[in-house]
Structures are given as structure tokens and as C-alpha cells.
Design a protein around this ligand. Sequence first.
Ligand code: IMP
Ligand code: MG
Length: 191
Amino acid sequence: MKPYLEFLEEILIPEDILQKRIAELGAQISVDYYGQNLLLVCILRGGVMFLTDLMRQITIPHAIEFMAVSSYGIGRRDSSGNIRITLDLNTDIGERDVLLVEDIVDSGHTLTSVIELLSTRNPHSIHVCALLDKIDRREVIVPIKYRGFIIPNKYVFGYGLDIDDYYRNLPFIGSADLDKYNQEDILIVEE
Ligand code: IMP
Ligand code: MG
């Protein structure tokens, strides 16, 4: 795997700006869900970093849960309408106030499928909290109640978001030059 500096185009959202916005979202959620039975449902794996920072900014009692859906395969950078649940919840969400915690909304297919499925289980409410919104790429309408940032149509990585499953650990959101990422390393052999 390449060091990210070889294909980083620019840092779109630095760590301090991310954290400041997440604190605002957590404060707003704490007000809006006061007295309710809040359950944060993190969509693995991209939403993990966002969840763990967000929940530390939420001051009301709440529980967390995880689910996973099949998104892109290795080498694919767009999702289709065909989403598969690969890890389901272990909690009965009937009567719960479900808040889906997602890293990014792109075409909107993933969240649409998840909301459709979970709605059949009679939650008291179900809403979306997405850190990033790549709004130009939307193919289906997804109501986003809490949104961190609108970003341009670029492939981004870091802060939970991956390229072929790597680079999730970076504390900022960067955009990738995919040509540079895909470029084979050129070996210069001295004669
Ligand atoms: P959607 O179904 O097209 O909305 O895609 C949503 C999922 O695709 C997100 O949960 C991400 O895991 C992934 N995704 C979309 N855009 C990016 C990106 O720019 N970088 C990394 N992952 C992305
Ligand atoms: Mg995701």
C-alpha cells in the first residue's frame, strides 16, 4: 500500500474543523432527542470514527448498534441499487428513536435500502446523521436530518473512509488523485 502523500490531492476538511462540526451536531442531537429512547445505528465500517467522536459529544443517555451492508467491491468506486445486509442489528428497534450514523451519502442507494428495511421493524422514529454529503451525485432522495459538510464530487478518504479498505485511520478528510493512486510504482534501475 502506498503512503497517502503519494496520491493526496488536498486536505478537504482538517481535523480541527471536523471535530468542531461534530461537537455542534452532538449538541443539537442532545437537545432534539432529550427524553427520547435514542439508538445510534452505525453503518460499518466507514461510520466508525464518526460514531465514536459523535457519541462523546452527545450528553443524553443513548445506546449504540452496528450494521453492515455490502457497498463497493475492491476497485469499484460507485454503489449500485443492489445493497446486501451483511451484518444485522442485535437490538429490537421497535419503539426506539433510531439515528443512522453514516460517513457519506453519495448516490443515496445505501441509506435508502437501510431505511426501507429498518422501517418495517416499527421504530418510533428513524432519521439520518451523515458526516459528508456528496450532493451532486445523488440518484435517489434521502432525507438527511443532520449533515456535517457538503463536499464536491471527489473521491475522499480518511476519517473512516477508505480506498480499497485502507487509510481509514487518518484524522482528516482528504481527496484522492485516483490516477496517482492507480499508477504502478515505476522502478528506476540504474545501469
Ligand atoms: P451510496 O450508496 O452511493 O450513497 O454510497 C454510500 C457508501 O459508499 C458510503 O457509505 C461509503 O462507504 C461509500 N463511499 C461513497 N463515496 C465515497 C468516497 O468518496 N470515499 C470513500 N467511500 C465512499
Ligand atoms: Mg459507509
